[in-house]
Write a protein that binds this ligand. Structure first.
Ligand SMILES: CSC[C@H]1O[C@H](OP(=O)(O)O)[C@H](O)[C@@H]1O
Length: 347
């Protein structure tokens, strides 16, 4: 399953706002259409957002009509600003944009045709590398999964949230592929229901046993001894191991800690922001109030009720058992061990 697919210089996206009722592919021919798809959550999930943005810049390059490289770079800078303003929390977006900018800076003395080609190739590389990273995350992470495991996950950190295979769901896939007996509890993940709409759908496509629960049930399942492990994705991890992820993640981490259940995070290195020392510095996206007041056409609350709608929260590294990355499993002390990981990866 490819949430983002580059075919004939057009970006094809699964419109995730329509799942599970409808599997519809939308085409993006311009970087503006990519930016709109990110803002409106047609494509979502930190790695998928980064890959889509990279292809957005490839589209900006391909559709540049001029002949001067300098003018083309000006257009690319404009496209980068538009894409950077779509969503503030997932660092993969800014990581991908910065990587694409390094490519056009390194080739600023080349002709327009060459620059178009190298940028398209770089976006493809980011796509392919993300898929490979997720497989490695799965390979490392499956070692943490017991032979028979009841796993709780939050939101969607699967193939739909990445270039393929998934991060948290990639670990679950790899564990099942290794013959482990996994059973997943997916909480619905209000307000946009990525768990109910996307994770439940995605796991059922792969015949991975999944039970849907409401967000408020997680504590009760833990209290009943029905959860062996919690595993989630991430949108940004800071140098000390604090993790920004979908709103509700912090609550799960506190509950898991209270019940002495391992709480693990799966993410590629492109989600780790070593420029931020702690989670307090992570910009948290606040989304439209109607996402809470309404559910599609259903008015759930008074039209003018006051709303607070942060899309993410920050889990302190003290509540995290392990961060599973494409370069290996990291445990506390996170500041020291994440720095070692980056050094080892030559980053
Ligand atoms: C594999 S990272 C997925 C990450 O992104 C989700 O947020 P959103 O659906 O708003 O893009 C959520 O935080 C997931 O854990």
């Amino acid at each position: 399953m490819k949430s983002v697919e580059w075919k004939d210089q057009v970006l094809h996206l699964i419109d995730q706002t329509l799942l599970p009722a409808e599997l519809k592919i939308v085409e993006c021919h311009t970087y503006q259409e990519v930016a709109d798809s990110i803002k409106t959550m047609k494509v979502r999930g930190a790695p998928a957002i980064g890959v889509a943005a990279a292809y957005g810049l490839a589209l900006a390059a391909i559709h540049f009509a001029g002949t001067e490289t300098g003018k083309m770079i000006e257009e690319l800078r404009r496209a980068k600003e538009v894409l950077a303003r779509t969503r503030p929390t997932a660092v993969n977006l800014f990581w991908a944009l910065a990587r694409m900018e390094r490519v056009w800076q390194d080739h600023r003395d080349k002709d327009v045709k060459t620059l178009k080609a190298v940028l398209e190739n770089e976006a493809r590389a980011i796509d392919e590398e993300d898929q490979a990273m997720n497989r490695r995350i799965g390979d490392f992470g499956k070692e943490l999964i017991p032979a028979k495991a009841r796993i709780l996950t939050h939101c969607n950190a699967g193939a739909l949230a990445t270039a393929g295979y998934g991060t948290a769901l990639g670990v679950i896939r790899a564990a099942q592929e290794a013959g482990k007996e996994v059973q997943v509890y997916a909480d619905e993940t209000r307000p946009l229901l990525q768990g109910a709409r996307l994770t439940a759908w995605e796991l059922m496509q792969d015949n991975i046993p999944v039970t849907l629960i409401t967000d408020s049930m997680a504590g009760y399942l833990m209290q009943q001894g029905k959860i062996d492990l919690v595993i989630v994705g991430a949108d940004r991890i800071t140098a000390n191991g604090d993790v920004a992820n979908k709103i509700g993640t912090y609550s799960l981490a506190v509950l898991a800690n209270y019940h002495k259940i391992p709480f693990c995070v799966a993410a590629p290195l492109s989600t780790i922001d070593m420029d931020l020392r702690t989670g307090r510095e992570i910009p948290i996206e606040e989304r439209h109030h109607d996402e809470i007041r309404r559910l599609g056409n259903l008015q759930l609350a008074p039209k003018d009720v006051k709303v607070y709608n942060p899309a993410f929260d920050v889990t302190p590294s003290s509540l995290i058992e392990a961060i599973i990355t494409d370069q290996g499993i990291v445990k506390a002390p996170y500041e020291e061990n994440l720095a070692k990981l980056f050094k080892g990866a030559g980053k």
